[in-house]
Each structure stands twice: as C-alpha cells, then as structure tokens.
Design a protein around this ligand. Sequence first.
Ligand code: AHM
Ligand code: MG
Length: 319
Amino acid sequence: MTTSLAQWLAAQNVAPELASVVASMAAASAEIAAVLRLAPIAGQTGLAGHTNVQGEAQKELDVVSNDIVLKHLSANANVSILVSEELDEAVHMENQGRYMVATDPLDGSSNLDVNVTVGTIFSVLGVDPTKPDLLQKGSAQLAAGYAAYGPATSLVLTFGTGTSVFTLDGSGQFVLTLDGVKVPVASGEYAINTARERFWDKPTQAYVTENVAGETGAAGKRYNMRWVGSMVADIHRILMRGGIFLYPLDSETVSKGGRLRLLYEANPMALLVEAAGGKSTTGHERILDVQPTGIHQRVPVILGSAEEVSRVEAFYAKA
Ligand code: AHM
Ligand code: MG
C-alpha cells in the first residue's frame, strides 16, 4: 500500500495550516518538474537577460520557477510573506496568514543546459502578520524541504523531527518512498569545489589535505570527492548515503559572508540534515543558531555526516 503526501501530512502532528503551506510547495514543485522535463524542447534553458539582487544572471527558468512558487503561495491564505532568491524584497501577501516561506525556487540553475539535477529549496517560519519578523534563526523553522529534479523527482521534507522522502508519480502526486532518513554517522565522501583551494581558510585546507592523504594520513582512511555543483543534488546524495558538503568562507567570498544564502539554502538544508541525525556548522557555530541580519545574507556552510562535521569543527577549534 502506498502513502500519498496528503495522507502523510494529515497523519503528522502539525497544524493543518502549516501542512497546507508544505502542500502548496509540493504542488509548486510538481509544476516546476513538469516544466523542466520539457524545457529543452521549449528552448527555455537559456538566460532571462537580467540579473537578480545578488548580481547573478537569471535563467529564464529561475524566473518561471519563481513565478510558479509565487502563484501557489499567493493562493494559500496561510502564507503572508515570501522571501525568494529571485526577488530583491520580501513579498507581503494581502492576507493575515501566519506563515512565511523563504525559497530558492531553482537552485543550481547553471546546470540546466547540461541536464543535471537542480532543485527547489524552501523553509517555513511562523510570523505575526501585523509585525512579521523576517530575520528569525534557522532553529525557529517549522518545516523545511527541497525538491530534487533528477532521474526521479524527489521531495524531501521535515517538520524538525525526522526527514522523509517522497517521489513524484506519473499522475503528478507525491508518494512516500522513505520515512525516517538517517544520515550515516561516518563516511568517506566529501563535496567541495576544490578549484577554490587557494582561497580557502586554513581549517578547510588542513581538513581536505588530510582527506587527500587518505589511509597514509592522520585520517587513516581513504576518501572520495564528489561535486555536482548543484547543492540539492550534493545534499541529496549525502542524506541518502552519507558524506559532507562544504562551502566554507574563503578569501574571495569573505566580504559577502560566504557563497550560499542563509534563509533559503543553508537553514533548510541544515534542518533536514540535523533531523536525519547529521550535523551542520559554519565552522564556528551551528548554522541554525546564526542570527540573520538580512534576507539575502550569506554564510559558510558545512553539513552532513556527524563524524566528518566534527572532524572539520576540530580543525576550526585548533585554528
Ligand atoms: P545558485 O543559487 O545561483 O544556483 O547558486 C548556488 C549553487 C549551489 O547549488 C552549489 O552548491 C553552488 O552554487 C556551486 O558553486 P560553484 O559554482 O562554486 O561550484
Ligand atoms: Mg541557490
């Protein structure tokens, strides 16, 4: 017997209004999946011709995905605020909804023209619609998730305890395929853009040097490196079979605070990984404890298998 997302949501011990926000993001993801599947035929994988607030060239599908998310959330009276990577300012909806969504509607979009997995990442927070606090710590998240548009479309969700995986079926419905995901505590795989080695901080350089030394170094075991360059794909692999993802602070991104965004990339991924028994850190503190200072704030991101994250933390503690 299969369990649909709707059945699973109804069985969770959460407010129906909160469940409805997650259901809206699932519906948006199913619609984005359908667009992506046919995008090369529709000639939609190229640039949109403008840049977003972060100064990055927007792809046509970044804009299309953002519009799809906005459409689904505007239709849900429980959502009063939307923060999106693709929108300079937060969108204040015309209702008294008690939830806010922060999203990267299409993460990894530089991979679109080569048909590599991309995804939609989202975070759900509670707000007072009369005076919404947009800058809450990740530990305040009520739900988080991502859709990974790979060979199958996966939807990975947490309400803070336990992480579950759903798969999109042929009729556009998500079906539960894995409950209670556990990130293996130990792993021999790490994910980092090694072309940036000369920019990395000392603790990251020392950690990766030890991994490269393998069984002949202090780590005493052999490592493999994997980097898709699409956070959703890299984190999905780590959730499924362990490993560690690093986008540390480096000398090129230090002035911006890092590469990846706190509200809609680092926080939701950290909640999903921690709810599955993994760990997350900036190197200096737990990602979920970082106090945001801006909606598009960036942070260093290190997360995954608990033992590996602890090893990296030890290098930072020594530095
Ligand atoms: P995006 O939100 O503009 O797609 O950028 C985020 C992406 C992540 O998916 C990925 O982990 C990282 O950027 C890749 O960075 P790099 O170009 O250094 O490989
Ligand atoms: Mg992104």
